[in-house]
Write a protein that binds this ligand. Structure first.
Ligand code: AP5
Length: 219
C-alpha cells in the first residue's frame, strides 16, 4: 500500500499518519520532518531549504525529488508507505510515479483531509512539538499537562517557526495555488481518491481515515 495524505497545513496529516503507522506498521515519510532534520543537522539540503521554509514557500521540486529518491532507496519494496506533505506539486506527483515505477510500485490511495481555514489557523497557532521525541500537542485541543514540557519524555515543547501568523497565511495561500490542484490531478489517476472530514475528534478522524483505506476499524 502506498498512500498519499493531501490537505492544507494544520489539518492533521501528521497526527493521523503517526497513529496509523503506530498501529498497523509501515513507514511514515514526512518531507516536512525530513527537511527540518536536514536544517537541524546543517546539511547542504537543510541550508538550501531553510529560507523557503521560513517564508512558507515550497522547497524546489528537484531537491524534494532527490530527497525522496534517496529515502526510498533504503525502503523495502514490501513496506507500506504513508506520504505526508508530499507530493505538493504536479511535478512532484509525476516524479513520484516515476520513482515508484522503477521499483514496480504505484500510488494506491490518496486521502484528502478537509477543514475550514479558521480551524486550521487555530490548530497551527496552538501547536507545540517536543524537540526530543517529536510528540505533537495543541494548547487548544490537546494541552500538555505541564506547560512547556512534553508529557511523554519531559523534553522541551516549542512552537514551529513557520507557525507564526504571517507565515501561516502564506502557507495557506501556497497550498491553494500549488498543492490543491493535485486533487483534480489524482481524480484521473489509477489511485483511489477519498475525502475525509478532519473537523471531528482525532480518534474519529482516524476511524474515517481507516474506513477510506478499507482497513480495520479499531483505534
Ligand atoms: P510540513 O511540515 O509538511 O507542513 P504542512 O504540510 O504545512 O503541514 P503541518 O505539519 O503544518 O500540518 P499537519 O496537517 O501535519 O497537522 P498536524 O498533524 O501537525 O511542511 C513544512 C514546510 O516544509 C513547508 O511549508 C515547505 O516549506 C517545506 N516542505 C515540506 N514538504 C515539502 C514538499 N513536498 N515540497 C516542497 N516543500 C516542502 O496537526 C496540527 C495541530 O492540530 C497539532 O497541534 C495537532 O495536535 C492538532 N490536531 C490534529 N488533528 C486534530 C483534530 N482532529 N482536532 C483538533 N486538533 C487536531
Amino acid at each position: 500500500m502506498v498512500v498519499i495524505l493531501l490537505g492544507p497545513p494544520g489539518v492533521g496529516k501528521g497526527t493521523q499518519a503517526v497513529r496509523l503507522i503506530d498501529s498497523v506498521g509501515g513507514e511514515h515519510i514526512s518531507t516536512g520532518d525530513l527537511l527540518r532534520e536536514a536544517c537541524r543537522d546543517g546539511t547542504d539540503l537543510g541550508l538550501e531549504a531553510q529560507g523557503f521554509m521560513d517564508k512558507g514557500e515550497l522547497v524546489p521540486d528537484l531537491l524534494i525529488l532527490d530527497l525522496i529518491r534517496d529515502h526510498l532507496s533504503t525502503t523495502d519494496s514490501e513496506t507500506s508507505i504513508v506520504f505526508d506533505g508530499f507530493p505538493r506539486t504536479i511535478a512532484q506527483a509525476e516524479g513520484l510515479d516515476g520513482v515508484l515505477l522503477d521499483v514496480a510500485r504505484g500510488v494506491s490511495e490518496v486521502v484528502v483531509f478537509e477543514a475550514p481555514e479558521d480551524e486550521l489557523i487555530k490548530r497551527l497557532s496552538g501547536r507545540r512539538s517536543c524537540t526530543d521525541c517529536g510528540a505533537v500537542f495543541n494548547l487548544h485541543f490537546d494541552p500538555p499537562t505541564s506547560e512547556g514540557e512534553c508529557g511523554r519524555c519531559s523534553g522541551p515543547l516549542v512552537q514551529r517557526s513557520d507557525d507564526q501568523p504571517d507565515t501561516v497565511k502564506n502557507r495557506l495561500r501556497v497550498y491553494e495555488s500549488q498543492t490543491a490542484p493535485l486533487i483534480k490531478h489524482y481524480s484521473s489517476h489509477p489511485a483511489s481518491l477519498k475525502h475525509v472530514s478532519a473537523v471531528q475528534p482525532v480518534n474519529d478522524v482516524q476511524l474515517a481515515f481507516r474506513a477510506a483505506l478499507g482497513i480495520g476499524l479499531t483505534v
